[in-house]
Design a protein around this ligand. Structure first.
Ligand SMILES: Cc1cc2nc3c(=O)[nH]c(=O)nc-3n(C[C@H](O)[C@H](O)[C@H](O)COP(=O)(O)OP(=O)(O)OC[C@H]3O[C@@H](n4cnc5c(N)ncnc54)[C@H](O)[C@@H]3O)c2cc1C
Length: 372
């Protein structure tokens, strides 16, 4: 039986696998895809988690990540607000970062299995994890790091799977002219588009919208022509770029419903525990930070400082809520307010009058830099 099996090798799963293996624990990570792989993501990461990534042995700047310090926000009607980001962050593709973290995990002794987990069964203090190849792994602790929506959520009968998930997202890399240190966040009717640079001077363009807005159009090209580029900043920016991908990546059924940080004794990390609206630009930071909390407590459990599974689960839930509940709620409120056209315009006018509001709003959805 293994000490820890982690399901999902995105940022939450990889960070916790490196952390726990660094502490000498026996870790298996099961990821259904191979590395490297592009993912739909804005690819801007808050500096909040930089000290922790460096502790894990990952320096994004050694991979060519861009330091990002400025934000430019615009509304459909063309109101534009610029601000310095309170903490700042960096731009790096998931293609590069997940792959690099997986290499670090492997060199630390993490056993990475490429398989899709079909079922997790808990009984008598141990888990049986069944994969698509019918292989069964046994573990004392399971970390669920399988992202925003997985077949495992269906098996666990998680309530959010029955709620509507009305968002879809599109992402592609481009070549062209865009400042290294800027993240652009531009509103269009029914959604938002983020632009920022990643390593190798590529520009990541990623937008999220709701089905209601999208379904009126025939395809992505049509939607971009008739809706996205109605924002003049997006139109100008996209005109100066050429796509690198043959076609954009898309995901659908995105939900921001509340989930539990522990489910059926599984310690949930990252989006499996709850997802913040991408408008807040901090889902990756939260995924990585939740990996730290889980790893710290799981290590204490194996060292005997936490005496029981129940204590571990209660402590994780309390620390998770303390760290993320306020950010999640704020992120959802902001996303809701900015979804309504006239409110977005009104809020943009208000922020133009009182520019200090914007860094304050951003701070509310981010944590302080991690201290280790
Ligand atoms: C449109 C959009 C833009 C975003 N922009 C940003 C941004 O700019 N900045 C930011 O900080 N955050 C952003 N986010 C959020 C960020 O992408 C997520 O919060 C982050 O990826 C969560 O990491 P994770 O490790 O929890 O999940 P993931 O990175 O999704 O990893 C989950 C992994 O689990 C694997 N998996 C799933 N099911 C199984 C299974 N059954 N068996 C084995 N493996 C499985 C998947 O293959 C995947 O690799 C954005 C999100 C969206 C949707």
């Amino acid at each position: 039986m293994h000490q820890i099996v982690i399901i999902g090798g995105g940022l939450a799963g990889l960070a916790s696998s490196i952390h726990l293996s660094k502490l000498g624990l026996d870790v298996v990570l099961i990821e259904k895809n191979t590395y490297p792989k592009h993912k739909v993501c804005g690819e801007y990461i808050s500096n909040e988690v930089l000290p922790y990534l460096q502790y894990l042995g990952f320096d994004p700047f050694a991979y060519g990540a861009k330091r990002i310090e400025q934000l430019s926000f615009s509304t459909v009607s063309g109101k534009n607000i610029s601000s310095t980001l309170p903490l700042g962050g960096f731009g790096i593709s998931r293609y590069c970062m997940d792959h690099a973290l997986a290499k670090i995990a492997k060199s630390n002794g993490v056993n990475i299995l490429q398989a899709s987990v079909k079922e997790i069964h808990y009984e008598g203090g141990r888990f049986n994890i069944t994969t698509d190849s019918k292989e069964i792994q046994e573990a004392e602790i399971v970390i669920g790091a399988f992202g925003k929506r997985s077949n495992i959520d269906v098996n666990l009968n998680r309530p959010f799977m029955k709620e509507s998930s009305p968002y879809l997202a599109v992402k592609a890399h481009y070549e062209g002219d865009f400042p290294d240190d800027l993240v652009g966040l531009h509103n269009f009717d029914g959604g938002y588009c983020g632009l920022s640079k990643v390593e190798s001077d590529k520009i990541n363009v990623c937008y999220i919208t709701d089905y209601k807005s999208f379904k009126k159009y025939k395809n992505i090209d049509d939607f971009e022509r008739q809706v996205v580029t109605k924002n003049k900043y997006l139109k100008e920016a996209l005109q100066k770029m050429t796509p690198v991908f043959n076609k954009p990546l898309t995901i659908s059924q995105i939900s921001f419903a509340t989930k539990n940080p522990v489910e059926d004794h599984i310690i949930m990390c990252g989006d499996s525990a709850s997802m913040i609206h991408p408008l807040a630009g901090n889902g990756m930071g939260m995924a990585i930070r939740s990996a730290y909390i889980a790893s710290d407590l799981i290590n204490k459990y194996f060292q005997g400082e936490i005496e029981s599974r129940r204590e571990l689960e209660l402590e994780y839930t309390a620390r998770w809520k303390n760290e993320f509940q306020f950010r999640l709620a704020t992120g959802h409120i902001i996303a809701r307010l900015f979804k309504i056209g006239f409110l977005t315009e009104g809020l943009a006018s208000l922020i133009k009058l009182f520019p200090n509001i914007l860094p304050r709003i951003i701070k509310m959805t981010h944590g302080k830099p991690m201290k280790l």
